[in-house]
Design a protein around this ligand. Structure first.
Ligand SMILES: Cc1cc2nc3c(=O)[nH]c(=O)nc-3n(C[C@H](O)[C@H](O)[C@H](O)COP(=O)(O)OP(=O)(O)OC[C@H]3O[C@@H](n4cnc5c(N)ncnc54)[C@H](O)[C@@H]3O)c2cc1C
Length: 430
């Protein structure tokens, strides 16, 4: 008996015989952003996710806040998502990086193990943008969900991609409930456990850091002034990231067992742990909401594309959050993939053809691989209390701090505004 077809949608007409132009497995932040970019350019994407948007935006689902590079934020401006996000976004005006045994070691001012980035220094090149915007993930998810709905994009949820087959003329995706969908191109944006990556025969390399990221939101007793702090402590990095209303998102690494204990610890036990580990620096911050933990690992797909397949976001590259670059990398790739697909469609090309997908891979391969390798090196260099390594990184930080152009380069790199930028990252429509 033939399998039932997934219900066709009401959007613009897909190419004849197909249910959609692009099937996107995974309606996370990367997948939803790509879907919006494609729909705004007149194509018909379909999003599939086992978790409905209403569950994704619940306060208990994702407690993280993300540092969004200013160039990545421009993409959301171009896609009309920014008006909903701006009231929730905190501008990062300065980033202070300290290599200390305890937070606050350099509170007296710049020292040899101290690095200071200031948005004012690159204001001429960034058009007055901050170094980035801090946004709680639940707000990003809510704004994207509303925009996806407003754009009339079909979302199949709850629905899980179970299999995919790739033929010379199109791909067929089978959902766990047996429904089938066809399109010339399938995008795997389902995170680390990408079914599409496996179905396309694309291997992945990586390793477990055997660390857990602990995340909590706190209300601060003093105004944060838009300053983000990153401390490289012997136990691993500890970040205090500014949020609206003088709150902050705390992110640090712990052993897996300690992370699990902190997640369920009573508030006073959790706060005592913060004080013991990070000293008075955190002050009388009061926790708001639950403690969240995330296992940390590196996973890099061997290729970004396969037959009628492109990988996006963590499905392609899941990196350590040490420098807050994982999602930014995915958002840059979403912009590059959307531009590649839309241009091919306008030229009348087959959007799932190898030659088209190779353009996307060539565009993003170098950036993705160098950033993933850089982050991995960073983790090993900075989660370490070896005296020689402390000396090397201290010297490196002091050098960067003294050399204005080097500092400005790092700021622009963190802002996502270097390299061959996709149009959406320049704030231009497709
Ligand atoms: C503690 C921490 C802090 C971070 N901070 C930052 C930061 O400051 N800046 C930054 O840039 N990055 C940061 N990151 C990285 C960032 O969170 C990730 O890169 C990002 O969430 C990946 O988004 P994604 O959409 O690619 O994947 P995901 O968020 O993993 O979304 C995948 C989606 O696919 C769905 N799915 C799964 N299986 C299937 C299936 N079979 N079929 C269909 N759908 C499926 C899932 O339900 C999910 O909705 C941080 C990460 C951590 C852990």
């Amino acid at each position: 008996m033939a399998k039932p077809k997934a219900k066709p949608s009401s959007g613009s007409a897909p190419p004849s015989g197909f249910d959609a132009d692009v099937i996107i497995a995974g309606a996370g932040i990367a997948g939803a952003t790509l879907a919006l970019a494609l729909a705004k350019a007149g194509l018909k994407p379909v999003l599939i996710d086992p978790i409905v948007f209403d569950a994704q935006v619940a306060p208990s689902f994702d407690g993280r806040a993300t540092a969004i590079a200013y160039a990545a934020f421009r993409q959301w401006r171009a896609l009309d998502v920014a008006p909903a996000l701006e009231p929730k976004a905190e501008r990062i005006e300065q980033i202070l990086v300290t290599d200390g045994r305890r937070p606050g070691a350099s509170a007296g001012g710049p020292g040899p193990f101290f690095l200071r980035f200031d948005a004012a220094e690159i204001a001429d090149r960034s058009e007055g943008e901050p170094l980035g915007y801090m946004l709680e993930n639940r707000h990003i998810r809510a704004a994207l969900a509303a925009a996806v709905q407003a754009a009339g994009i079909e979302v199949l949820a709850p629905a899980r991609v179970a299999r995919a087959e790739f033929g010379p003329r199109g791909a067929t995706v089978t959902l766990a409930d047996g429904r089938m969908l066809t399109a010339p191109l399938v995008v795997g944006a389902e995170g680390r456990g990408s079914v599409i990556r496996e179905a396309a025969g694309i291997g992945a390399i990586g390793w477990d850091y055997r660390q857990t990221a602990v995340v909590a939101t706190v209300r601060l007793e003093r105004p944060h002034g838009g300053v983000a702090h990153e401390y490289f402590l012997p136990s691993g990095p500890f970040a205090i990231l500014p949020l609206t209303e003088d709150r902050a998102s705390l992110v640090w690494t712990e052993s897996v067992s300690r992370g699990a204990a902190l997640k369920t610890a009573r508030p006073e036990v959790f706060h005592a742990h913060l004080q013991r580990r990070f000293g008075e620096f955190v002050g009388a911050a009061t926790r708001e909401g639950a403690v969240f933990t995330y296992p940390l690992s590196l996973q890099l797909a061997e290729r970004l594309v396969g037959p009628r397949t492109a990988l996006l976001g963590d499905a392609a590259h899941a990196v350590h959050p040490i420098a807050g670059q994982g999602l930014n990398l995915g958002l840059k790739s979403a912009a590059a993939l959307a531009e590649t697909i839309v241009e091919a469609a306008r030229l009348g090309e087959d959007i799932g053809a190898e030659a088209v997908l190779e353009r996307y891979a060539a565009w993003r391969r170098f950036d993705t691989a160098t950033l993933a390798a850089g982050m991995d090196l960073f983790v090993h260099l900075f989660s370490n209390d070896h005296p020689l390594l402390r000396l090397v990184r201290g010297a490196g930080m002091a050098a960067v701090n003294r050399i204005g152009p080097a500092r400005r380069f790092f700021m622009q790199e963190a802002g996502g505004a270097v390299g061959d930028l996709p149009r959406l990252l320049k704030g231009e429509a497709l």
